[in-house]
Design a protein around this ligand. Structure first.
Ligand code: FDA
Length: 384
């Protein structure tokens, strides 16, 4: 290990941000390993074979941030298109704009309310349940937006996401259900949003493209037949670990629970299937939660006019071996996480980071922002 200054486990945005900083700013030799056969973690995308349409392999990824530091940093590696994300939902054969806004409310109630009348209507319906009296997700949602909107747009969609009836889900899963009293249906409120002009993989490859960074793919940190593995490295070389924190400690405090997604990808012989990038399906009769149509993420590109790629998304609880996507975060999970954090403090020279290493959902800008902060506040000191 004499020639390696830092080992980064995981080539997602968190790991690559730390690797890039250590290599470029400090001139350190960094080895990045990933157990997958590609870099980029869940942001990885590739051109679909038949059509050349860029597909986000682990679900749709939209970049957005209001953090000037992150925006400046990511622009070193890629420019962004002016794509603005909008989402629609199909309910009982009718399409509504999301998130719930004045357009959704007026279409749903067949009304022409202005902001104040719509606000009054929703408040009157929400008064059915007082927010102090809620004991499950359904009651919480009704206390926020009233029963009619909840039953149309939230109930079945949530049941499909969690494969659990919302009356059996904890109220804490939702803290807010924003209703916009304007016709603005931009999905994100951030200062900057867009998609990387040349795609996610080009962006990610540029981050790793430095003579001091070596990437080793198909390399699992727990595989002792590999030269860079946990036993060989920990205690000898500083490590940034972005894999699952429970796996690192061999699940000694119990397994953390996750939701996962299954994707069903199809090439269709039409130029445009749904006219937009993401269509949610709010009703229980449709088993998937949404359909992505990737050509719409890049209207500026020349894609074939007679074919399109769609991806249906199904949601369920993850089992060991599934891709962990969203933390479930039960009280047991939180207790286990605290125990793992205590164990983590005793691992000298190991920095736990990223969404798997800290067991929290992080958007890309949050993963990058927290990696920049961790590098500056803690990791850099280990390397100088
Ligand atoms: P990430 O999971 O990307 O990387 C971790 C890496 O560690 C993986 O490549 C894994 O293979 C590797 N690894 C794990 N164990 C290992 C081991 N034992 N040995 C070696 N390597 C190991 N964000 C956003 O801003 N906009 C969006 O629209 C979306 N959309 C979205 C959809 C879905 C379905 C998900 C699940 C997530 C998003 N995100 C998102 C979030 C985005 O994916 C997230 O911010 C980044 O993946 C976080 O990067 P990390 O580096 O933390 O993890």
């Amino acid at each position: 290990m004499a020639e390696i200054d830092l080992v980064v486990v995981g080539s997602g945005f968190y790991g690559l941000t730390v690797a890039e900083r250590a290599a470029v700013e400090l001139g350190r030799k960094v080895v990045v390993i990933d157990r997958r056969d590609h870099i980029g973690g869940n942001a990885y995308s590739k051109a679909e074979d038949e059509t050349g349409i860029e597909v986000h392999c682990y679900g749709a990824h939209l970049f957005h941030t209001s953090n000037p530091r992150v925006w400046e940093y990511v622009n070193r590696f890629t420019s962004f298109t002016d794509y603005v994300h909008r989402v629609y939902t199909t309910h009982r054969g009718e399409v509504f704009p999301m998130p719930i806004n004045l357009g959704t409310v007026n279409q749903f109630f067949r009304s022409a309310h202005g902001p104040r009348a719509a606000r009054d209507l929703v408040a009157e319906q929400a008064a059915e349940v007082h927010s102090d009296d809620v004991s499950n997700l359904e009651e919480k949602a009704i206390s926020l937006i009233g029963r009619p909107l909840y039953e149309a747009f939230i109930r079945d969609y949530t049941a499909k996401q969690w494969q659990t009836d919302p009356t059996e889900l904890p109220a804490e899963i939702i803290s807010r259900l924003p209703v916009r009293y304007t016709y603005d249906n931009r999905y994100f409120n951030d200062t900057w949003e867009g998609l990387p002009t040349d795609g996610y993989t080009a962006w990610i490859e540029r981050m790793a493209d430095h003579p001091n960074i070596e990437v080793r793919l198909s390399t699992d940190f727990f595989d002792e037949s590999q030269p860079v593995n946990k036993s060989a490295v920990v205690g000898n070389v500083p490590v940034v670990y972005t894999g699952p924190v429970d796996r690192y400690f061999d699940y000694s405090e119990g397994e953390l629970s996750w939701r996962t997604l299954d994707f069903e990808q199809e090439v269709l012989p039409v130029g445009d299937f749904q006219g937009t990038s993401v269509m949610n399906y709010a009703d229980l009769e449709i088993p998937y939660t949404r359909i992505h149509e990737f050509r719409h993420f890049h209207p500026e590109r020349e894609y074939p006019g007679d074919k399109t790629v769609i991806m249906r998304e199904f949601s369920r609880f993850a089992e060991r071996g599934d891709e962990p996507y969203y933390p479930v975060n039960t009280p047991e999970d939180r207790a286990r996480l605290l125990a793992y954090r205590e164990l983590g403090k005793q691992e000298s020279g190991v920095h736990f980071g990223g969404r798997l290493g800290t067991y929290q959902y992080l958007d890309m800008h949050m993963a990058i922002g927290s990696a920049l902060s961790a590098y500056e506040n803690r990791i850099r000191a280990d390397l100088t």
